[in-house]
Design a protein around this ligand. Structure first.
Ligand code: ADP
Ligand code: ADP
Length: 229
């Protein structure tokens, strides 16, 4: 079944001098429930813009996005998105556990449930022994795992990831890619993963959506049929 329906979506920003900057033009895309999709293309082709439109962090100039029959706004207000950015914003004066905890506190999830979820997600990302460490005591790869754990703790139905591993070295990135596939195969959430790395997109996703720049247009959709865990 279709999870996310993107119809004729265009996005034009306004530049510093009021000039229009066309970032996306007439994007049409259907994303299926539980699908792992990656958005691939060179810098400036509109990947982040498209992700932000889905997340309701931006509104399209024209066109429409529908998620399970609802608007991105409604889905966001129901806290159904988990978002992971390139550099996770972690509080250095809070332990890893309390960093993961914070969004759950804001959502008024009871303490017992929070503690159970913290334990679950720490195990999922392989940081069960680092819960009482502080972020500055962790490597970049571990910090990114904390960012993923924090997003997963909210049990999002749709996971949006914007170049989450691009600041990491090749070795760490490959390890995290493998872990992400394992996490995904356990709960089959819909994932949209932004990357400019072809190998990463092919390794991870069911379908690679290729965008071309000036302005961003959909230039290819490639089905990937690799064995998954
Ligand atoms: P990508 O993620 O593929 O690198 P972006 O979605 O960030 O691409 O950007 C697409 C285009 O929109 C680029 O030309 C970029 O300069 C422009 N753009 C992005 N954000 C803004 C903004 N806030 N104001 C003006 N132009 C923007
Ligand atoms: P525990 O060992 O009891 O699991 P954590 O530090 O891992 O302790 O925190 C788990 C839960 O306890 C979280 O829900 C967190 O919000 C809550 N908690 C811990 N310390 C505090 C505090 N100082 N203020 C508010 N809540 C706290």
């Amino acid at each position: 079944t279709t999870d996310i329906q993107i119809r004729d979506v265009s996005m034009t920003y306004t530049g510093k001098n009021g000039e229009p900057i066309s970032a996306l033009q007439n994007i049409n895309l259907d994303i299926r429930e539980g699908e792992f999709i990656s958005l691939l293309g060179p810098s400036g082709c509109g990947k982040t813009t498209l992700l932000r439109l889905v997340a309701d962090l931006l509104q399209p100039t024209t066109g429409n996005i529908s998620i399970r029959g609802q608007s991105p706004r409604e889905i966001r207000l129901q806290q159904k998105f988990g978002i992971v950015f390139q550099n996770p914003v972690l509080y250095d004066w809070r332990t890893v556990r309390r960093n993961i905890c914070l969004p759950m506190e804001i959502m008024k999830i009871p303490r017992k449930e929070r503690t159970a979820r913290i334990n679950d997600v720490l195990e999922l990302v392989g940081l069960q022994n680092f819960g009482y460490k502080y972020p500055f005591e962790l490597s970049g790869g571990m910090q990114q795992r904390v960012g993923i754990a924090r997003a997963l703790a909210l049990k999002p139905e749709i996971l949006l990831m914007d170049e989450p591993f691009s600041a990491l070295d090749e070795f760490t990135r490959e390890k995290l890619n493998e872990d992400l596939l394992n996490i995904w195969s356990k709960n089959k959430k819909t994932i949209i993963f932004v990357t400019h790395n072809i190998a990463e997109s092919v390794f991870l996703s069911d379908r690679v959506v290729v965008l071309s720049p000036h302005p961003g247009r959909l230039s290819a959709i490639v089905d990937i049929d690799l064995p998954r865990p």
